[in-house]
Ligand binder design. Structure first.
Ligand SMILES: [Zn+2]
Length: 454
């Protein structure tokens, strides 16, 4: 009966009204914002005269934010929630708890679960688990091929037409390497304005690969994952997307060459979008020298030149958005020797901080840019409805009150034991990162207040 209790609580919360005093939408001038009935009901410049309670709905809670930055609720196009199948590593409940604490209000749950999310039944199961957990919206990603096997198309139409309303399809973890299957998937998803999200990795070029192919791999004697294995697939798929006029999204772009190819594809007018992970914006393959498998990830950490190109590509919009590729792993799969360790890193609770460090601190993105790359663009790519703030910094009255309140200034040391995820494989353990999510609102209901789950 806990589920119905939660539903009831959510209903009550949605009826509650909030005033966010002295928030700064996208870092602009402070305003007081009224949230009521799940939407942004109005706003006025902070410090306007009149008693706080004047004209407010009964029972309104006033939250004095003291100048916190208001961002639209963050959207992650690339999350591994591990349920069903690997609940020892993460569950929908624990993963979405981590998401809310990181400022996220929607996550797209990747399909490489057990069973694979390749039918209407499985995507609806994940979708409902998200509703039951209630920390943020869960949008299941459907597999492109049955069982991620790369042999025949999954029932894309049935998943699109299910209660989960799937719009993003991906075999992530595996590349759809068969060009004819990829072409057919791109053609198929046009019927419901879907998008195929490709894990770009030419499989023959990465057999046995353990890290980025380059000078560090040569020194360590580890088999390399060459940049061309990613770039060749992106070039091929951009050509296919252009040929059939469909939407292609590139997961976790990691090389300078990939940025160039995506820039070229966009210049052609093809409908190609791309994401970069926080870890590829900050970390380099030098970290493999430690042989600490927490730094093993697919695609691998690359060179400093790649990092610079990814930052520039995200700043100029060639790369549309940041996506976490949050990939929790149980200790026995990760805390082992490098060659045996599973690839992947946690990301949800640190993503905004890494973006602040890599993009905001150096002046590459302002807060409107952060809102675009972490909320508006991924929402658009994933087919979500309009977020709460527009890129000009105005608060959109009538929009869903789906918001994140951020204190950008404190630097905090990442403590893996303090994370909400069930797993501990953060590459930032012991590292100081800027910014702290103080509150997250989902359609007017707080999921996080004072930095803690509500
Ligand atoms: Zn992937």
């Amino acid at each position: 009966m806990s589920t119905s209790g939660q539903v009831q609580n959510r209903g009550q919360d949605q009826g509650r009204a909030w005033v966010l005093r002295r928030v700064r939408p996208l870092g602009g001038e402070p305003v007081d914002v009224l949230l009521a009935d799940g939407v942004i009901a109005g706003w006025r410049p902070a410090g306007s005269t009149g008693p706080d309670s004047e004209g407010l709905p009964p029972g309104t809670t006033i939250l004095d934010t003291d100048g916190l930055i208001l961002l639209p609720g963050l959207v992650d196009l690339h999350t591994h929630l591990r349920e069903p199948g690997r609940e020892d590593a993460e569950t929908v409940e624990s993963g979405t708890r981590a998401a809310a604490l990181g400022g996220y209000t929607s996550v797209f749950a990747m399909a490489n679960t057990n069973p694979v999310a390749d039918t209407a039944g499985v995507v609806e199961q994940v979708y409902r688990l998200g509703i039951d957990a209630g920390h943020c919206d869960v949008r299941p990603v459907g597999a492109v091929t049955v069982g991620l096997g790369g042999q025949r198309l999954a029932e894309l139409g049935a998943m699109a037409g299910s209660a989960a309303g799937v719009r993003v399809f991906s075999d992530d973890g595996h590349c759809v390497s068969d060009a004819q299957l990829m072409r057919r998937a791109l053609e198929y998803v046009k019927a419901f304005d879907g998008v195929v999200a490709q894990h770009a990795e030419e499989p023959r070029l990465t057999e046995g690969a353990q890290m980025n192919e380059g000078v560090v791999a040569a020194r360590l004697g580890l088999p390399g994952w060459p940049a061309v294995a990613e770039e060749a697939i992106i070039a091929r798929d951009a050509l296919l997307a252009g040929h059939v006029d469909s939407r292609l999204h590139i997961c976790h772009v990691s090389t300078a060459g990939s940025v160039d190819i995506i820039r070229w594809a966009k210049a052609k007018g093809w409908r190609v979008t791309a994401e970069v992970t926080p870890h590829h914006l900050l970390l380099t393959d030098d970290l493999a020298s430690s042989y600490d498998p927490v730094f093993k990830v697919n695609p691998p950490l690359r060179t400093a030149a790649d990092v610079a190109a990814l930052r520039a590509g995200l700043a100029d919009g060639t790369i549309d958005c940041v996506a976490t590729d949050h990939a929790p792993h149980a200790a026995q799969d990760k805390e082992t020797e490098w060659a045996a360790a599973r690839p992947g890193m946690l990301g949800l609770e640190t993503a905004l901080s890494v973006v602040i460090e890599t993009m905001v601190v150096g002046g590459r993105l302002d807060w409107a840019g952060v809102a675009d790359r972490m909320a508006l663009a991924p929402a658009r790519i994933g087919g979500l409805k309009s977020p709460a703030a527009d890129a000009s910094g105005s608060v959109a009255v009538g929009a869903p009150a789906t918001l994140t309140l951020l204190d950008p200034s404190p630097w905090q040391v990442v403590d893996p034991q303090a994370l909400a995820s069930r797993s501990r494989n953060t590459p930032y353990a012991g590292r100081s990162l800027p910014g702290s999510v103080r509150a997250t609102f989902l359609r007017g209901r707080p999921t996080v207040l004072d930095g803690k789950i509500v």
